[in-house]
Design a protein around this ligand. Structure first.
Ligand code: FCB
Length: 444
């Protein structure tokens, strides 16, 4: 497989999912610490308290990345490590950790790609209304500036938010993720404050960033797919696509919110004068997290949403989370973005792609995750197709380096290229790790 010169090969992780050490070195409480302790929220009551012990084993993990040959590492910064209360002077020990991590990466020739927010909002800010309130966007910009001040001389690719749509819909709409609110589609203020906070953060970070630094958001962009060709199902699927893609990308690339989507969401007075201009700022690239499409049918009377989310129909392959596996959908999505946003579309980075497999080590200790190899191979071929068709894709990050805390699934779902033993935290590179290493070596 050939990729353009300078193509970025990476792996991605996030703080709460791997770091552990949640009570060390002055880290504050995040809303995921709180949420995961509520009985019934996470399988078997698991939390990120210990996770992969990455906070203490980061050198070992960077060595694994170096051996893998990745050119970039996408990690997230835990806001409560940097500002335990979500505001005010920084916690030096928390910042030191990320500074050491960045230095270690650079020593191994790996570019650090920090994500500032992967869902772990400081609890005091969540208590004050979280992303429902505008002040959180200002707090985020202040935090972003603090991190940029410390790491901005060494990191050049910056992601503000991971999957704002999941923050909004899973966190505040469906109640599946922290903070667990069930407002259904009444989450427009959350959407707006998240997107607004990107613009505010980029403005606040700029003075501290290197001249060549680029900034963007990692969105999870997927299509709604109708389970049947019936018009009502197709309409439901179109609405879901608009909620996932248009709602989050139109403000950046078309200068405003899609009116058809807003008909389904109470808008209130969240948008103030000057906001729309801010929403277009700081998109040097578009981060695309792609897993697969979401199947839907028309809503039934009494349903809380204007569509019904359903499992993929018989015959569609799915991963352990039940997500449909459709590599061609990635090329289709990239084509859709080209057509919809044309010259306003910046270069694309695939900021997450990967799958969960059972991954049981064989008696000889090897983990032969051939399904993951096939998944990555087919998705990278789809990226190639999109590039040949005209997409400007600059990089690809596998989700994830390590088996980790998969949110409500706890540790039961394994996404890593590296197996992590749940009792000893011993790391064992899987077959997919070796496959990815060979691929990177062959394409560089
Ligand atoms: C994405 C998240 C990431 C991980 C993968 C499987 O939505 O960004 O943290 O949970 O899904």
């Amino acid at each position: 497989m050939k990729f353009p010169p300078g193509f970025v090969w990476g792996v991605a992780t996030s703080a709460y999912q791997i770091e552990g050490a949640t009570e060390e070195d002055g880290r504050g409480v995040s809303m995921w610490d709180t949420f995961s302790r509520i009985p019934g929220r996470v399988e078997r009551g698991e939390t990120g308290e210990v996770a992969c012990e990455h906070y203490h084993r980061y050198r070992e993990d960077v060595a694994l990345m170096a051996d893998l040959g990745v050119t970039s590492y996408r990690f997230s910064v835990a806001w409560p490590r940097v500002q335990p209360d979500g505001r005010g002077g920084p916690n030096p020990k928390g910042l030191d950790f990320y500074s050491r991590l960045v230095d270690t990466l650079l020593e191994h020739g790996i570019d650090p790609c920090p994500t500032l927010y992967h869902w772990d909002l400081p609890q005091p800010l969540s208590d004050a209304g979280g992303w429902l309130v505008r002040d959180t966007a200002h707090r985020f910009a202040e935090y972003a500036a603090v991190v940029a001040q410390r790491l901005g001389d060494r990191a050049s690719t910056w992601i503000t938010h991971n999957e704002p749509s999941v923050s909004a819909f899973y966190g505040y709409g469906l109640g599946r993720y922290a903070p667990g609110e069930m407002r259904m589609l009444d989450v427009f203020p959350v959407v707006h404050h998240l997107l607004l906070s990107h613009g505010l953060a980029v403005r606040a970070m700029r003075p501290h960033l290197r001249g060549d630094a680029i900034t963007g958001i990692a969105h999870n962009l997927s299509f709604g797919r109708p389970v049947s060709p019936a018009p009502a199902d197709s309409d439901a699927a179109e609405l879901l696509t608009a909620l996932q893609v248009h709602l989050f990308c139109d403000p950046a690339f078309l200068g405003g919110y899609p009116s058809a989507v807003l008909e389904h969401m109470p808008v209130g007075n969240a948008v103030r004068d000057g906001d729309l201009a801010l929403l277009t700022e700081g998109h040097d690239f578009l981060g695309v997290n792609y897993y697969g499409p979401q199947y839907v049918t028309a809503a039934l009377p009494g349903d809380p949403l204007p569509f019904r989310l359903v499992d993929p129909p018989e015959g569609v392959r799915r991963n352990e989370l039940g997500i449909a596996i459709e590599p061609a959908g990635l090329a289709e999505l990239l084509g859709y973005l080209r057509t919809r946003y044309r010259s306003a579309l910046p270069p694309i980075i695939i900021t997450e792609n990967g799958t969960a497999c059972p991954d049981v080590p064989a008696p000889d200790g090897r983990v032969e995750d051939h399904d993951r190899v096939s998944y990555m191979d087919r998705h990278l071929r789809a990226v190639r197709v999109a590039i040949a068709e005209g997409s400007d894709v600059r990089g690809y990050y596998v989700w994830s380096l390590l088996d980790n805390f998969e949110w409500t699934f706890g540790y039961s779902k394994r996404f890593g290229l590296v197996h992590v033993d749940r009792a000893t935290r011993e790391r064992i590179p899987k077959a997919s790790y070796h496959w990815y290493r060979d691929l990177i070596a062959a394409t560089r």
